[in-house]
Design a protein around this ligand. Structure first.
Ligand code: SF4
Length: 279
């Protein structure tokens, strides 16, 4: 069996940067560092980081961690939450990915131009929820073509995308909006790394007899990669860790593609690769 390993694999730039900032702060403080929610959508790595003193805040109130540092994760937090932490005097380390800050700037600008802002993305994703908090005027989240009904038809609009959105979906919804709104500005804020991963995963799925996509089941970008691969190659396996792989893979495929989401650490990928090589 031959493994076709994606070039864009493991942490993306933003998650790698957030993990590095959190680790550096934990070493500097010499005590527990908190993160607003899990630092990345990967349960195994979050658990491992807890051993290094990097712990998700979860339901603890901010007032209980005033002696500690607080790391804002790569997809950002709401403006209110950040302001609240800072007003309490908590040391805030802003690890929001620079590419996540771009749609924020765009939606503020669109708002200043009197545009109804549309975010194309998952309405319950933390990145989208954080972006909404920066809006200064009307804003809607559009997840599907059906959601277009929420947007008043005569309104002039400004469109941004969740950074990890599927490009095909983005283009489909932008096309439908263009047909409805004469005055529309679009900021294509899908991050380049997301684009490259999706493109590469599709190409590898086309060449392979099976695809293994590694990443958290709570990771939206991993789920999108798995769905893309599955559409091309039905023998696609979305796993979080090596032990989940049935070895040998069903049908004993000759060529297996190996891809990962943006929040999957290298050590899990190495374990999966080693297990695949066992077969
Ligand atoms: S997927 Fe892109 S935007 Fe999101 S954290 Fe990674 S590099 Fe940043």
């Amino acid at each position: 069996m031959k493994i076709l390993k994606a070039k864009q694999i493991g942490y993306c730039y933003g998650v790698r940067r957030a993990a590095k900032l959190a680790r550096e702060q934990a070493m500097l403080d010499g005590k527990m560092v908190f993160t607003l929610g899990p630092l990345m959508h990967n349960p195994q790595e979050v658990q491992r980081l807890e051993g290094e003193g990097i712990v998700p805040l979860e339901s603890r109130p901010l007032v209980e961690i005033m002696e500690h540092s607080l790391v804002l994760r790569s997809h950002g937090v709401s403006a209110e939450l950040q302001a609240q932490a800072e007003s309490l005097g908590i040391r805030v380390i802003d690890a929001t990915c620079p590419y996540v800050k771009q749609p924020r700037r765009d939606l503020v600008e669109f708002g200043m131009e009197g545009r109804h802002v549309i975010i194309i993305g998952d309405s319950d994703h933390p990145e989208v929820l954080a972006q909404i908090s920066y809006a200064t005027g009307p804003i809607s989240v559009v997840e599907t073509l059906d959601d277009l009904k929420k947007v008043p038809i005569e309104t002039k609009i400004g469109v941004v995308a969740q950074t990890t959105l599927n490009r095909t979906k983005f283009e489909e919804i932008v096309g439908a909006l263009a047909a409805r709104h004469g005055d529309m500005k679009v900021a294509d804020t899908i991050c380049a790394e997301t684009d490259l991963r999706q493109k590469e995963c599709k190409e590898l799925a086309e060449q392979s007899d099976a695809v293994v996509v590694v990443g958290g089941r709570n990771s939206a970008n991993t789920c999108r990669l798995a769905a893309l691969a599955n559409w091309i190659e039905p023998a696609t396996y979305h796993i979080e860790k090596a032990e989940e792989l049935q070895i040998p893979l069903p049908g004993s495929p000759a060529l297996v593609a190996l891809c990962s989401g943006a929040s999957t650490p290298d050590w899990i990928i190495a374990e999966v690769e080693a297990r695949l090589r066992e077969s």
